[in-house]
Design a binder for this molecule. Structure first.
Ligand code: ADP
Length: 406
């Protein structure tokens, strides 16, 4: 096939882009039907047989959009045409056939050109979309790298600063204790009260620093679990007992409902105590006087995707888990904030939380401790009606076998 001229055209096309061979076949069929002759078409040079009877090959130049695209040859056995007449020159008959074919060819070329353009536009927009996606991907990868290094710097800074703060703070608390004990001399009641305040605030600050160190450790994945068989009933009873003073102060009724024969959990008792103490503390903090808080522990089947941590990929089967829930009748959490409360330092109402002694670190730490145990935490809540925090801790089958607590 003859190559198209390209000069001055930004969007070069081949003749085959415009006239698909299947269309030529269709025309051939139509001519055969209407004129009763078999014609053959060729674009460009004639075939061997066509060249043999050169007189029966009629070239029609193909011009389109001011460009010469090639030659359309019709193999036309003139003598077999119904309109053949020895008195009319062959060239005249060919001219008639050509005049019939020309508009048809022009229409074909135009249709082909249109669909060619449409295909080009589609191709270009697909390419553009692909390039845009690639661009976004690159930018995303870049910013992910920046975020990761910023996170690392933040975690290291948090750990170092917190560590450095702990030493002077321990001295402040220690000297306050010494003054309060009277070993350094008798204190006036007012002085004792001030020093007591210094001591208490120092303790609060120490607890906050401790939580920040823990959080930065958990963000670096550096929390070490000291796992052992944990009797969850005993652990929850102890947590409720520890916070009974706070509950009584607000006249909040705390209920504990633990399933009979609850299997032991292979976990770190200190960390688990920290998790449930934090959840119960929050429940008491965000519930008005006279409200109710209920802790519930039971076994449950969980879908595989609810398992996190190193053991998460074990087979695709559902697994058993301990589900411990903490329900309160408190202020509740707006759906828009329910995911965000697990982010470090996020507080729905910072001023209210701070006045109650909150820092916004608790739930972030709770989440990473639960996940370090391969578990999940989620919340269900309605504003004004209360919240339930669900902690699910997967029971490892091997661990569970023959390891019941007495
Ligand atoms: P904080 O030290 O402020 O309690 P947390 O990380 O424990 O920090 O909780 C983050 C925020 O989530 C809280 O400030 C509060 O807005 C919300 N929140 C947590 N627990 C509850 C609850 N039981 N009821 C209502 N809001 C809660």
């Amino acid at each position: 096939m003859q190559a198209p001229e390209q000069a001055g055209n930004e969007n070069p096309f081949e003749l085959s882009d415009l006239i698909p061979p299947s269309l030529l076949e269709e025309i051939r069929g139509a001519f055969q039907k209407s004129l009763g002759i078999t014609m053959s078409f060729c674009i460009g040079a004639p075939t061997k047989e066509q060249a043999q009877s050169d007189r029966e090959n009629w070239p029609i130049p193909i011009e389109f959009e001011g460009r010469h695209l090639g030659v359309f040859r019709i193999h036309l056995p003139i003598k077999r045409l119904p309109l053949w007449n020895p008195s009319i020159p062959d060239t005249e008959i060919a001219r008639v056939v050509e005049s019939l074919l020309r508009p048809l060819l022009a229409m074909l070329l135009w249709m082909g050109y249109r669909s060619h353009l449409a295909a080009q536009v589609q191709l270009q927009s697909a390419e553009l979309a692909h390039r845009t996606i690639e661009n976004y991907k690159m930018r995303l990868e870049k910013s992910e790298g920046v975020i990761q290094s910023a996170e690392r710097i933040k975690a290291n800074l948090l750990a170092t600063v917190s560590h450095e703060l702990r030493t002077p703070l321990t001295a402040i608390i220690g000297y306050s204790d010494l003054l309060l004990s009277g070993l350094a001399g008798e204190l006036l009641p007012e002085q004792a009260e001030y020093i007591e305040t210094i001591r208490n605030k120092g303790e609060e600050l120490l607890a906050l620093i401790g939580a920040m160190i823990e959080l930065s450790k958990s963000e670096r994945g550096a929390i070490q679990l000291d796992r052992t068989q944990v009797d969850m009933r005993a652990l929850l009873e102890e947590v409720v007992q520890t916070l009974s003073f706070q509950a009584e102060k607000k006249q909040i009724q705390v209920e504990l409902d633990v399933e009979k024969d609850l299997p032991p959990f292979f976990g770190d008792p200190l960390r688990l105590r920290q998790v449930f103490r934090n959840l119960l503390e929050n429940a008491l903090k965000f519930t008005d006087e006279g409200g109710k808080v209920r802790l519930c522990a039971k076994t449950k089947e969980i879908p595989q995707e609810d398992v996190t941590g190193p053991g998460a990929a074990i087979f695709g089967l559902p697994r058993r888990a301990l589900e411990i829930s903490v329900t309160d009748t408190g202020i509740g959490i707006d759906p828009a904030h329910q995911e965000r409360i697990f982010e470090p330092f996020f507080q729905v109402d910072a001023s209210a939380s701070r006045s109650q002694g909150g820092t916004g670190i608790g739930l972030a730490l709770v989440k990473s401790l639960v996940e370090a145990h391969g578990g999940r935490i989620r919340v269900e809540s309605k504003v004004g009606q209360g919240s339930t925090f669900f902690v699910s801790l997967p029971l490892d089958e091997e661990e569970r076998e023959g390891s019941r607590l007495d």
